[in-house]
Write a protein that binds this ligand. Structure first.
Ligand SMILES: [Zn+2]
Length: 59
């Protein structure tokens, strides 16, 4: 079983996560991100979180 990690997107502790660029994203958030029904506001939030993740890894 995987260790629990804090999700980078929602900041909740989660057991089911994927690793993206050395940070952790829970399955819930992953599903939301690929969900076409997610609201524009939510998608904007996810996008900005992922963008800052990219930035952190470049610098
Ligand atoms: Zn999450």
């Amino acid at each position: 079983m995987k260790e629990k990690q804090i999700c980078y997107i929602c900041n909740r502790e989660c057991e089911n996560w994927i690793e993206i660029l050395g940070s952790y994203v829970c399955r819930d958030c992953e599903q939301e991100m690929i969900n076409e029904d997610a609201s524009e506001l939510k998608m904007e939030y996810y996008r900005s979180r992922l963008k800052s993740l990219w930035r952190n890894n470049i610098s």
